[in-house]
Design a protein around this ligand. Structure first.
Ligand code: FES
Length: 173
């Protein structure tokens, strides 16, 4: 069985005992093991700074006995899988049509400027990443952003900053 801690030149991939158990459980859950790729990637991402690294793909490939290239295809297809590390608060600002018409793009620019970050960058304290993303399916409450797994809707710059600052205080302590 593959080791859950794999060091490569870029990163260390780790999976908790519960995470390993989860992967095994998903493997036996589906008739076709390929169906387990998405939940397993999601679990690995959650435990590894919010991203799927080459070491993560290699680990899953070994343990699931699925070619790395196939797991990469899935990870690359779905935007919910980050291919670079993200901050503890991953702020995804929707810039698609409904949000754009309601100030979503300006909101993303404003937040990048306020927190002195380029889109996709991790802040020096490891706390924030701001990403510009496509439609998150909440067009009726535009503009909106997703922070980790929560949606925040009907935003304006002040409201968005307040939400981020509150979460920063909460997760930074
Ligand atoms: S366009 Fe922003 S949620 Fe759909």
């Amino acid at each position: 069985m593959a080791e859950a801690n794999i060091q490569n030149k870029n990163n260390l991939f780790q999976l908790s005992p519960e995470g390993k158990e989860f992967v095994q459980g998903e493997l036996s859950r589906y008739e076709n093991k390929y169906s387990a790729i998405i939940p397993c990637l999601y679990r690995c991402q959650k435990e590894n700074q919010g991203w799927v690294s080459p070491a993560c793909i290699r680990y899953l490939s070994q343990i699931m006995e699925i070619p790395e290239a196939h797991i990469w295809e899935v990870a690359k297809f779905y935007t919910m899988f980050n291919k670079e590390p993200v901050g503890r608060l991953h702020i995804q600002v929707c810039c698609n049509i409904s949000c754009a018409l309601n100030g979503g793009r300006e909101l993303a620019d404003h937040l990048c400027q306020t927190y002195s970050l380029n889109a996709g960058e991790v802040s020096s304290d490891g706390m924030l990443t701001i990403s510009r993303v496509e439609c998150l399916g909440s067009c009726g409450t535009a503009p909106m952003m997703q922070i980790n797994e929560s949606y925040h809707e009907n935003l304006n710059p002040e409201k968005a900053e307040q939400i981020i600052n509150e979460l920063r205080a909460k997760y930074g302590s």
